[in-house]
Design a binder for this molecule. Structure first.
Ligand SMILES: NC(=O)C1=CN([C@@H]2O[C@H](COP(=O)(O)OP(=O)(O)OC[C@H]3O[C@@H](n4cnc5c(N)ncnc54)[C@H](O)[C@@H]3O)[C@@H](O)[C@H]2O)C=CC1
Ligand SMILES: O=C(O)C(=O)[C@H](O)COP(=O)(O)O
Length: 376
């Protein structure tokens, strides 16, 4: 079996050579000729899987993306061609949720009300939205969920309307990019929605750039209306609207999902799916590959006051991941497509909270921190 995989798939060289002849490619140099005689194509979001790319594929039996989003793949074309396709659904949900938690606490001083007294409107209650909800629960922060497709499918959780979600103190977007059908998300946050936002709201977009009308946001800011933005994703990546960057409280290069665990899980999920698809035994496990975090253990007395104040949560969370550092790196130099790609390619992947165990001592709210994701 010939397997062609994108070179940014973490630990791919530990997994795929066990299944056949495995070869890496770079998204910038792949051509249709590379697909000749290939059985399996594995990508991340940087390789658009189009009819043109597959035009010379003569024996393709499986396409997989080691990502949650699939808007870079022409899924209906694969269906027409009867080529099985799989995503790595949920692989980086925790990573994105932890990015959002880090951002909420990094920007907290901009707002008069403490985080615990604000409500988060989570738009899209799938893997990421649910992981975020669970972490907010742990911290005692209120949230509401908005997900009309899930509500229509009979999900039993309580949902609010999009309008209600957009009235929340903090709005966090976690939908796929959908351009058709009853619940499109392309420019879901458009000029009219932006106009309805108050000065004391925070809008976080860590799903897909095109869900927020970037030009409308810039126009509003340039007209002098305050808009508190945290943007990890941008329209037209990597050729983004650079003039929007200086207006953002936090701006990053589509790295919310880039924890070591999130990327590794993406690769390992595709490995498992390939084994199933071709009835092959699974001989490699992710657990055996992940290195120990540094530090791998924190003692609470060193980092926290005696309760979960905003400052103490920020202090702890930011020891593991402070999104402000990614913001500094993103804004340190002039941005263009090359720089955007460079930052993503050389991103020093962070660890998830679960990689760190807490020595909680007598800390009264330690259970909340384990629920937030830290290990015991
Ligand atoms: N910044 C980053 O690094 C990452 C970005 N993402 C993006 O986040 C998206 C969500 O990821 P997951 O939660 O894993 O996907 P998911 O498929 O588990 O959940 C998405 C949810 O959005 C809901 N939804 C769809 N249309 C909606 C609408 N119009 N209004 C409200 N809800 C709607 C769906 O019903 C679904 O429950 C991905 O599709 C991807 O585009 C995902 C991971 C990393
Ligand atoms: O999983 C997704 O969806 C994402 O947005 C990924 O985090 C994108 O990462 P790359 O595939 O661009 O490395």
């Amino acid at each position: 079996m010939k397997i062609l995989y994108e070179d940014s798939m973490l630990y791919a060289d530990a997994f795929f050579p066990k299944l056949g002849e495995a070869k890496a490619f770079s998204h910038q140099s792949i051509t249709p000729e590379h697909l000749i005689d290939v059985d399996v194509l594995l990508v991340r979001s940087t390789t658009p899987v189009t009819p043109a790319l597959l035009s010379k594929a003569n024996c393709l039996q499986f396409v997989g993306t080691a990502t949650a989003g699939a808007n870079h793949v022409d899924v209906s074309f694969l269906e027409q061609q009867r080529i099985p396709f799989s995503t790595a659904a949920g692989c980086n949900a925790i990573a994105v949720a932890e990015y959002v938690i880090s951002a909420i606490y990094a920007t907290r001083k901009k707002f008069a009300t403490p985080v615990r007294e604000r409500t988060v409107g989570i738009v899209g209650a799938g893997h990421v939205g649910t992981a975020l909800a669970s972490k907010l629960d742990a911290l005692g922060v209120n949230y509401v969920l908005c997900d009309p497709p899930l509500a229509a499918k009979g999900d039993k959780r309580e949902f609010v309307s999009f309008k209600q979600a957009m009235a929340c103190d903090i709005i966090s977007l976690h939908t796929p990019l959908v351009t058709q059908g009853p619940h499109p998300t392309h420019h879901m946050v458009n000029e009219a929605v932006l106009e309805s936002l108050r000065d004391d709201q925070l809008l976080i977009n860590a799903c897909r750039g095109e869900v927020l009308d970037n030009q409308a946001a810039l126009s509003r800011l340039e007209q002098g209306h305050p808009l508190n933005l945290v943007l990890d994703v941008w329209e037209n990546e990597p050729t983004i609207l650079t003039s929007l960057i200086p207006h953002c409280l936090i701006a990053t290069a589509h790295i919310a999902g880039h924890t070591l665990e999130g990327k590794a899980r993406g690769t390992s999920m595709l490995y498992q799916q390939l084994c199933q698809q071709f009835s092959l035994p699974e001989t490699v496990t992710l657990e055996a590959l992940l290195p120990e975090a540094n530090p791998s253990c924190l003692t609470l007395a060193d980092v926290l006051d005696n309760h979960l104040s905003d400052n103490s949560v920020a202090q702890l969370v930011h020891q593991i991941y402070n999104v402000e550092q990614d913001h500094q790196a993103f804004t340190a130099h002039a941005m263009d497509a090359e720089r955007f790609r460079y930052i993503r390619k050389h991103y020093a992947m962070r660890r998830e909270f679960s990689a760190v165990s807490l020595n909680a001592g007598n800390f009264s709210e330690s259970e909340a921190l384990y629920k937030l994701g830290f290990s015991r």
